[in-house]
Write a protein that binds this ligand. Structure first.
Ligand SMILES: O=C(CO)[C@H](O)[C@H](O)COP(=O)(O)O
Length: 227
């Protein structure tokens, strides 16, 4: 799994601290990314030791890892997550930019459905204001029109390109991703509403007002913030 941001030790601390919140009988939303992977592995060890949980993955990658470590899986058709654990590319005042792994559409569905959404991150993800580019998943046929609409909103869109394939990143849902630079956001909720309204926008990576708890790891400790 591709690792971005701070140290692996910090990510591990955050992921494992959040995994400790999971108790017998829970349904757990399993986010995507290198920090959440530490939580999924910790849950796998707990399942091996007898913890009775079911996971709802948010991507091909988190499904594969959950299967590898032995977490029984279910879907949103059959269960509601008691808790979701997921990473972030940037965090400011409890609002997030997500989608570095292009999984933000399913992540938002699962994270929003959970009774408690726990964000796991290392210190490098904290900011005073969100200024990370916003991933926007678009229907392939709408890439050009959404690009133009993002420019009208003051953003600068770039089609995300694959690293070991010619051409664009294609999401788990068969769509494309525009990384849209807007600079520092004064009102992330307003931009979130405008992006959601664009025809052909499947989902964007602004997660505003969704997080309940933030677990931030550094090289020595984990701090927890509640919203
Ligand atoms: O939103 C995500 C994937 O779509 C990830 O949670 C986000 O990119 C953080 O990843 P990492 O923990 O590897 O830094």
């Amino acid at each position: 799994m591709k690792s971005t941001g701070g140290s692996d030790a910090a990510k591990r601390r955050a992921g494992e601290a959040a995994a400790e919140q999971v108790v017998d009988g829970m349904v757990v939303g399993l986010g995507t990314g290198s920090t959440t992977a530490y939580a999924i592995r910790a849950l796998g060890r707990a399942v091996e030791a007898g913890l009775d949980i079911r996971g709802i993955p948010t991507s091909f990658q988190s499904r594969a890892l959950a299967r590898e470590v032995g977490i029984p899986l279910t879907t949103l058709d059959d269960a509601t997550p008691d808790v979701a654990i997921d990473g972030a590319d940037q965090v400011a005042d409890g609002d997030l930019v997500k989608g570095g792994g292009a999984a933000h559409a399913r992540e938002k569905v699962v994270d929003a459905a959970a009774d408690r959404f726990l964000v796991v991150a290392d210190e490098s993800k904290r900011a005073d204001r969100l200024d990370h580019s916003i991933p926007v998943e678009v229907l392939p046929a709408a890439a050009t029109t959404v690009e133009a609409a993002v420019r009208d909103l003051g953003g600068d869109p770039t089609l995300r390109l694959a690293e070991r394939k010619d051409g664009p990143v294609v999401t788990d849902n068969g769509n494309l991703v525009l990384d849209c630079a807007f600079g520092a956001l004064d009102a992330p909720g307003d931009l979130a509403t405008r992006l959601s309204a664009l025809p052909g926008c499947v989902e964007h990576g602004l997660f505003v007002g969704l997080a309940d708890e933030l677990y931030v790891g550094d090289d020595e400790d984990v701090t927890v913030e509640r919203y």
